[in-house]
Design a protein around this ligand. Structure first.
Ligand SMILES: C[S@@+](CC[C@H](N)C(=O)[O-])C[C@H]1O[C@@H](n2cnc3c(N)ncnc32)[C@H](O)[C@@H]1O
Length: 345
C-alpha cells in the first residue's frame, strides 16, 4: 500500500519545468494533492491582452506558452483528468478562467467526474477597455471537489460567524458571497508573469480550502503566485511550468521563501465560544431581522430561503431566526423547514 504522507513529503516545495500533463503522470502519485489552484493558458492571443492592459512589456517575462484555440478542448480534458487523478478524495480544485474557453473547461470538469461546489465570479479593476460594448472586468473561478472524502472548508478561517459590520450585517456572510471583488496587483518596475493572480485572491482560496501542512498544486505556475502564497500560509507547494524562461525567473526565489512568512499579516477572525452563539437578541437586532425578512419575502424569496439567508446574515441558527419571526407575527407553522423550498443548493 502507498504511503500518502511520504508521497506528499517528496513533493513539498518541488517544482517541475515540464508540461503538466506528462509531468503529473511522471511525478505525482494518485491522491497525493490536497488542493489545486490553477490558471490555465486562455487560448487567446496574449499580445492582444497586453495592449489592452496598457503595461510596460519590458517587465513581463517572455516565453509564456499559449494553447491554440482549436486544441483547447482536448488540452483541457487532458490536464483536468490529471488534476482529478492527483487530488485526494474530498480534495478541491479552483480553476480561474476567462469566458472565451469557459465551455471547454466546464465540459472537462464534468468528464473528469469532479463535482461543482461553487461557480465564483472574480471582479477586478483594469478591465479590458472597449468603447462600443461593455467592459470585461471579471473572471470565472470554478470551485469543484473530488468525491469520496470530506472536503476541507474552514468557514471561520477569515471572519468569525458572529462578526458584524457597523450596520449589523454579518462580515462572514459578506466574505463568503460568490462574487469576489479583488483588485489586480499593479507592480510597476517588477518582473512578473502575464496575468499574475493577486495574492489576496489566492490567500482566500487557500485559507478556506486547506490547512497548514497541506500540499497545494498549481499545474500552470506562471509567476509562481500560488506557490508563493501557499508557502507563505504554511502549506507546501508543488507544480509545473512548461516555459523555461518563466520557470527560471522565479523558481529559486520561491524555493527560498520561509514557510509561514505571510501568517503574521493575516486578519485574525474573532471566533465566539460555542455557548455565546445562544446569546439573547438585542431589541434593535429583532427589529432589523423582521424588517429584512419582510424585504426578502417581498422581493420574492421563499420563506425558508429568507430564513436560511437571515441565519447567515445574523449569525444565528434556523430555529432562532424562526422564533423571532414567530414572535413578530411573521410565521406560524413550525413545519416550514421541511416543506419550504430553498433558494440555495
Ligand atoms: C495564465 S498563466 C499562469 C499565471 C499564474 N497563475 C500567475 O499568477 O503567474 C499560464 C501559464 O501556463 C504555462 N503553460 C502553458 N502550457 C503549459 C503546460 N502544458 N504545462 C505547464 N505549463 C503550461 C504558460 O507558459 C503560462 O506561464
Amino acid at each position: 500500500m502507498r504511503d500518502l504522507f511520504a508521497d506528499r513529503d517528496a513533493l513539498a516545495n518541488r517544482f517541475f519545468n515540464e508540461d503538466c500533463i506528462t509531468g503529473a503522470r511522471r511525478h505525482i502519485p494518485t491522491g497525493a494533492v490536497d488542493l489545486i489552484i490553477t490558471d490555465p493558458p486562455y487560448g487567446i492571443r496574449g499580445d492582444t491582452l497586453d495592449r489592452h492592459y496598457n503595461r510596460d512589456e519590458s517587465y513581463v517575462t517572455s516565453g509564456y506558452v499559449e494553447v491554440p484555440a482549436e486544441e483547447y478542448a482536448r488540452f483541457s480534458e487532458a490536464w483536468v483528468a490529471e488534476a482529478a487523478r492527483i487530488l485526494c478524495p474530498g480534495g478541491a480544485i479552483y480553476v480561474v478562467s476567462g469566458y472565451t474557453n469557459l465551455g471547454d473547461i466546464l465540459h472537462a470538469l464534468k468528464v473528469a467526474g469532479l463535482r461543482e461546489v461553487n461557480h465564483l465570479i472574480w471582479k477586478f479593476n483594469f478591465g479590458v477597455y472597449t468603447k462600443l460594448k461593455f467592459i470585461s472586468s471579471h473572471y470565472h473561478i470554478l470551485y469543484y471537489e473530488k468525491n469520496g472524502g470530506t472536503r476541507t472548508f474552514n468557514t471561520e478561517a477569515r471572519v468569525g460567524l458572529l462578526e458584524k459590520d457597523e450596520s449589523g450585517g454579518s462580515l462572514n456572510y459578506q466574505d463568503r458571497e460568490d462574487v469576489w471583488m479583488i483588485n489586480r496587483e499593479y507592480k510597476p518596475g517588477r518582473i512578473k508573469n502575464k496575468n499574475e493572480l493577486p495574492s489576496a485572491l489566492l490567500t482566500k482560496m487557500i485559507q478556506y480550502s486547506s490547512s497548514e501542512g497541506d500540499l497545494v498544486c498549481d499545474l500552470f505556475l506562471g509567476g509562481f503566485s500560488t506557490a508563493r502564497v501557499a508557502i507563505g500560509l504554511g502549506r507546501y507547494a508543488t507544480g509545473f511550468e512548461i516555459s523555461s524562461p518563466i520557470f527560471e525567473a522565479k523558481v529559486s526565489e520561491v524555493m527560498a521563501l520561509p514557510s509561514g512568512y505571510l501568517l503574521g499579516e493575516q486578519r485574525q477572525p474573532v471566533i465566539a465560544p460555542r455557548g455565546s452563539r445562544r446569546q439573547p437578541w438585542e431589541e434593535n437586532e429583532r427589529g432589523r431581522l423582521l424588517e429584512r425578512y419582510r424585504t426578502l419575502v417581498g422581493e420574492g424569496l421563499s420563506k425558508k430561503g429568507a430564513i436560511d439567508l437571515l441565519g447567515e446574515e445574523f449569525g444565528r441558527g434556523y430555529w432562532a431566526v424562526w422564533k423571532v419571526l414567530k414572535e413578530g407575527g411573521e410565521v406560524k407553522s413550525r413545519g416550514m423547514k421541511e416543506g419550504g423550498t430553498s433558494s440555495g443548493k
